[in-house]
Design a protein around this ligand. Structure first.
Ligand code: DUC
Ligand code: ZN
Ligand code: ZN
Length: 463
């Protein structure tokens, strides 16, 4: 058999197996796995490298309007390029419904932003902020049919949050149409109470962001989201879990029979609330929600990645520039933590961090790495087996990984639009050396080989 490309001499890794095999690619798909393949237009030597399914990051924010003169640091072009440099071949981003508009209107705007602007494949989660009877009764069922099979709801932020009755209605609509609901769990009323208290005390530095969003506010909302989902009888994903108390809520709900997936992110493994207390206003670089906690919480999150409390490891890439009037240090943000935009960059560093801190340091094995960073995302969000594995018939979305390459993370080696990385100075072992999308190299040895617009929009199936 003749192939377009053969990847030779590599070690293929999937979520369950590790084996020596050549990979034959034809028409953008994996066409053969065999001990030795020879005839192809191009032969790529993968000696000493892992041949893994491309990373799938199912929690990425790109080009979201952020109001008040704040601008997200990545659009679809820079965000998907940065993701590709980090070994990813698919990102799932958010399409944010603005209150007073419909989901279709929001989708039109996001498709216009993404069209022709992506280096890798993308698909959108729908953020429901205005669950009218039209949105839940008419739009959502039709959109699920059209392949928009996941939605996100917020329990915090005044302009985004849903009340419990709205969450119940949204969960019910999702149950009927087969959509999966992701929930941002933090108790808005408790947070507003604490923000008010800090304000009255004149406590306005970045570190008070973390103090106004304690683990108890996350735990309570996690418990409530799980209870509401149990009452409706529909599966949910608890996103960006930061601490043990919230994890225990997930585990308890599972013991009661609920179908719930858990997600955690690099910031909860490597950062703590102390980072928000850095000198001057440097702490603003680490403002995200839920905030990073403490060393014990980091340990808990590792345990969750090992034990299965978490199936998903995502970046929650939500980039803002630091030293910029339209970013973290906007005029109001310099004076009050409340106005520092929430979110940190991380789409390019997610895989190296999980590999280095997880696999190289012996906390997880390489198959668990693939499951947490690719396969489970594809399964959870209706892309499997087209994406997320190395199997005959799957898209040839492949990352070649050098397990020994040592890299010190600094912002100048990254390709996102932010002017900093929260992981500055981190030394990692293991780095992607080639990212291939549907059989075409996009990034090879640190150089761009792909073209803008080669990424496609992915319709997804119900799970
Ligand atoms: N939630 C997210 O999922 N990302 C960034 C900010 C937030 O609150
Ligand atoms: Zn969130
Ligand atoms: Zn997010």
């Amino acid at each position: 058999m003749y192939f377009d490309t053969i990847i030779k001499n590599g070690t293929v890794v999937t979520a369950c197996d590790t084996f020596q095999s050549d990979v034959g690619i034809r028409g953008g798909k994996i066409a053969a796995l065999a001990a030795s393949l020879d005839s192809a237009d191009e032969i790529i030597d993968a000696s000493g490298l892992y041949v893994m399914p491309g990373g799938i990051d199912s929690h990425v924010h790109l080009a979201q309007p952020s109001g008040d003169g704040i601008v997200m640091a990545d659009d679809f072009a820079s965000g998907t390029l940065s993701a590709a440099f980090g070994g990813n071949t698919t990102v799932l981003t958010f399409c944010m419904q603005e209150r007073g508009t419909t989901l279709r209107e929001s989708l039109k705007a996001y498709h216009a932003k993404a069209e022709g602007e992506c280096y890798i494949d993308v698909s959108f989660h729908l953020v429901v902020t205005d669950p009218t009877s039209y949105v839940l009764g008419q739009e959502l069922p039709a959109l699920v049919e059209d392949g928009y099979t996941s939605i996100k709801v917020f329990m915090t932020y005044e302009n985004l949050r849903l009340r419990d009755d709205q969450i119940l209605d949204t969960l019910d609509s999702a149950r009927q149409s087969g959509a999966l609901v992701m929930v941002h769990c933090e108790n808005e009323d408790a947070i507003r109470y604490l923000i008010g208290k800090h304000e009255r005390n004149g406590e306005l530095a970045p570190k008070f962001h973390a103090l106004s969003r304690p683990a108890a506010a996350e735990r309570e909302a996690t418990h409530r989201a799980l209870s509401l989902a149990e009452i409706v009888g529909t599966p949910i994903v608890i996103v960006h879990v930061s601490n043990r108390q919230a994890m225990e809520e997930i585990e308890r709900a599972r013991k009661r029979g609920s179908k719930v997936a858990g997600e955690t992110c690099p910031q909860y493994l490597l950062l703590t609330a102390d980072d928000l207390d850095a000198a001057e206003l440097e702490g603003a670089k680490f403002v995200c929600s839920p905030p990073p906690r403490d060393k014990e919480s980091q340990e808990a999150c590792w345990e969750g990645l090992q034990s299965g409390t978490f199936e998903l490891f995502s970046s929650d890439h939500c980039p803002f520039r630091y030293d910029d009037d339209s970013g973290k240090l906007n005029e109001k943000g310099k004076r009050h933590f409340r106005w520092i935009p929430n979110g940190i960059p991380g789409v390019e560093t997610r895989l190296p961090i999980l590999f280095s801190e997880g696999v190289s340091k012996g906390r997880i094995d390489i198959n668990r790495f693939v499951a947490l960073s690719s396969t489970n995302h594809a399964k959870q969000y209706g892309l499997y087996p087209q994406k997320g594995t190395i199997a005959i018939g799957s898209d040839a979305d492949i990352t070649l990984w050098d397990p020994h390459k040592q890299v010190t993370i600094t912002n100048d080696i990254l390709h996102h639009g932010a002017d900093y990385t929260p992981y500055h100075g981190l030394e990692v072992v293991g780095w992607p050396v080639l990212t291939m999308l549907r059989g075409r190299s996009i990034i090879r040895e640190g150089a761009v080989q792909g073209t803008l617009g080669q990424g496609q929009y992915l319709r997804r199936t119900r799970i």
